[in-house]
Design a protein around this ligand. Structure first.
Ligand code: PLP
Length: 383
């Protein structure tokens, strides 16, 4: 699919080091639940600044286990955003809880913290914040709301590894270090990859032990075959993936710097054109680690935006709407009766945004070529 594109939407960055690391695991004979997984977890926890990390086979699995470990159950309500990857809201449904959507902020595309409190009911148990596209949510405000109403914070940090948030007191923390549990993902389009994979982070020993058990069939904590204490899953990451993850983690800072470089090149080029709205903006106290690069076309309808994607495709440049709002997926419409107009800010972002090819080897010439095609196509559609 992506191979036909001159400029695909994303591309993992894999070097000989990753290949050698995976090869050496294959030769070792230990392919699951070995030293590499433990090493990966320890290094990851340290990188994020939390006590514990549990590796799992996807971000979605991680969210599922985080929900269970935080005690979210049937009948509970969880406040979350409609503007995210579907796994965010699905993770609530996987434990029988109801995702209660709260509209987003127009400039950052993250959950609008001013609208959270009006969504709280007697059934509200948690806020599932999703740090979208590479930057942190308004954590000071969200923390305050959670404290006031005794709610658990769970972070979907799958798109924003290494993004930081600076509180008013000046303390800088990484995304994933705020919640009772947080979850990262390593699908090939993320800032770092293990092919498929995810990581749960927490400072709670209880959550940590529960996640270790749940990912491994509910086995008791000393990893014996002997007893299964609870209903569990097979959400284990392989040793090959852990080895790959360890290599990626070593170059993560550099990879993110490169993403920031590419993002700056895009911003500099796109700024020249009044047709575009540079969105979302980065909050002053955040560092953005750029999962994808999204822009919006002024006064474009959804139909025109889709035409633009088609035209770009004809020129072998892959672009995509980012994101379609979750509440408008047919499963959500049919199950919960959502309709267009329910979350207007999210829908507007969904209808007008376009994600451009974004990976760390892109150079200035590539960016100029992509932007030139973009502008030409926008002007052709507007005629
Ligand atoms: C990538 C992603 C996930 C997890 O996806 P998996 O494919 O299961 O690893 C979850 N939430 C968001 C917001 C994501 O972008």
């Amino acid at each position: 699919m992506a191979t036909n594109y001159k400029y695909p939407l994303s591309k993992p960055y894999i070097t000989e080091k990753e290949i050698k690391a995976v090869e050496s695991v294959l030769r070792s004979g230990v392919l699951s639940l070995g030293k590499k997984t433990e090493e990966f977890e320890k290094a990851f926890a340290k990188k994020i600044g939390v006590k514990y990390a549990v590796a799992v086979n996807s971000g979605t699995s991680g969210l599922h286990l985080a929900m269970i470990a935080c005690g979210i159950k049937e009948g509970d309500e969880v406040i979350t955003t409609p503007f995210s990857f579907v796994a965010s809201a699905n993770s609530c449904l996987l434990v029988g809880a109801k995702p209660v959507f709260c509209d987003i902020d127009e400039t950052t595309f993250n959950i609008d913290s001013d609208k959270i409190e009006e969504k709280i009911t007697k059934k509200t148990k948690a806020i599932l914040v999703a740090h979208i596209l590479g930057q942190a949510c308004d954590m000071a405000k969200i923390n305050k709301i959670a404290k006031k109403h005794n709610l658990i914070i769970i972070e979907d940090a799958c798109e924003s590894i290494m993004a930081t948030y600076k509180s008013q007191s000046g303390v800088v923390k990484k995304v994933g270090a705020f919640g009772e549990a947080s979850v990262f993902a390593f699908y090939p389009n993320k800032q770092m990859t293990t092919g498929e994979g995810g990581m749960i982070c927490t400072n709670s020993q209880k959550v940590y032990k529960m996640c270790l058990s749940l990912r491994n069939q509910g086995r008791n904590e000393n990893r014996q075959w002997l007893d299964h204490e609870r209903l569990g899953y097979n959400y284990r990451l392989t040793e090959m993936q852990a080895a790959l993850g360890l290599e990626q983690l070593k170059k993560l800072d550099w990879m993110i710097k490169q993403r920031q470089r590419v993002a700056m090149l895009y911003t500099k080029e796109l700024k020249k054109y009044p047709e575009l709205i540079l969105a979302p903006e980065t909050d002053a106290h955040n560092t953005h680690t750029w999962f994808v690069y999204v822009t919006r076309v002024k006064n474009f309808t959804e139909k025109q935006r889709n035409q633009l994607i088609e035209k770009m495709k004809m020129q072998a440049i892959q672009t995509k709407p980012y994101f379609p709002s979750i509440h408008l997926f047919s499963f959500y419409r049919n199950t919960f009766g959502y309709k267009k107009g329910d979350f207007p800010v999210s829908e507007k972002a969904s209808d007008t945004s376009i994600a451009l090819p974004f990976y760390l080897t892109l150079q200035k010439d590539d960016i100029c070529c992509i932007v030139e095609a973009l502008i030409k196509n926008i002007r052709a559609i507007k005629k």
